[in-house]
Design a protein around this ligand. Structure first.
Ligand code: FES
Length: 104
């Protein structure tokens, strides 16, 4: 059976914001895009940088270090210098609780 872990309250991630949480030792970024939640690895695939410390514009997150952009819905890298996409995670919301599951 697939294991989901509670990582946050929905109130912690208002629409248009993102939040870094931990799934074991792995940092995961959760994004709230107009009320719909998505989750990816928090670390940029270019170098070491926390995407949740970047900016979220619609469904695109911009890395704070060299401005690579990723589509948080698919994990796809949208521009140089990132060429590798982000791993996505399953997200589930029950009442006010946000759960992260295994890679999607
Ligand atoms: S570390 Fe993210 S674009 Fe370079």
């Amino acid at each position: 059976m697939t294991q989901f872990k509670r990582v946050a309250s929905l109130a912690d991630i208002p629409p248009g914001t993102m939040l870094k949480v931990y799934l074991g030792h792995r940092a995961v970024a959760i994004y709230n895009v107009d009320g719909e939640l998505f989750a990816t690895t928090d670390n940029c695939t270019h170098e070491t940088a926390s995407l949740s410390e970047g900016t979220l514009n619609g469904h695109e997150v911009t890395c704070p270090k060299h401005n690579a952009r990723f589509d948080v819905r698919t994990g796809k890298a949208l521009c140089f210098p990132a060429v590798v996409g982000l791993k996505r995670y399953s997200v589930r919301v029950e009442d006010d609780d946000v759960f992260i599951g295994p890679p999607a």
